[in-house]
Ligand binder design. Sequence first.
Ligand code: HEM
Length: 265
Amino acid sequence: MKKEMLVCAASIKCFLLVAFLYRNWSKSKKWLLKLFEKVVSDAERTNPSETTSKTLLQHLLDNLQGKHLAPNYGLLMLWASQANAVPIAFWTLVFILSYPTVYKKVMEDLTSVFGNAGRDEIEVSEEDLKNLPYVKWCALEAIRLRSPGAITKKVIKPIRIQNFTIPAGDMLMLSPYWLHRNPKYFPDPEMFKPDRWKEANLEKNAFLDGFVAFGGGKHQCPGRWFAIMEIQLFVVLFLYKYQFVLLDAVPKEETQSNSSNAMGL
Ligand code: HEM
């Protein structure tokens, strides 16, 4: 009896917590959608006729069926373009700084393209970025090590995977986090090794086998090459202009096995 009451009290507490979090989440979403209604109407009002002067949102609006969903798509674009690219830009910088040989090599490359580092302003062209493949490999290696824990899809038609039939309606999850730590694809998986990307055919827009940070299929991240380019650009500008020193060593990552707070994957 006592045990039942305890379980019941725990369930109520849990429900209240979820309801409370959901209410805040729902309030924030409503606020953001309202904001995007205004952003969308401004974008529509100022939509130029020449394609080259349009913003990404204006291109999206031109091609969107179901205009009432435009604020939701605007919000999706904001979330999708910021949620991964910003933290990964940070991690690329941190990884480079924590491996002195990598930092040295990046700085040598920057000097060979732009001259001695430290100048106030440089202009970085597409050609310059092409001449800095090592920085691109650093960005890809940081993406490999810091990519999302799970990409979720709903099964529409039953599918067979090995000996299992997955029924329609079930959710399937792919974990870039764990796949990127499979030594079959990435020897020494925990190490930050930009050189492993030498093997990838990036000119043909192909990643390394086993790399799924951007998902796959029809809904694969459409911003992937833009994301890699902007991270590369960010690293180039920051490292060229400033000298960095890490104040502390990068903390070891906590996984489910050694932390009770880790997210279940
Ligand atoms: C390192 C940075 C990024 C990572 C790791 C990343 C990763 C992902 C992943 C895993 C998905 C889901 C793919 C799937 O469901 O199969 C996705 C979707 C998406 N991403 Fe990215 N992304 C990044 C940057 C960006 C940027 C910069 C943009 C826009 C400029 C962007 C736009 C989108 C959009 C619009 C979707 C939804 C696609 C759809 O559902 O059809 N992403 N991204």
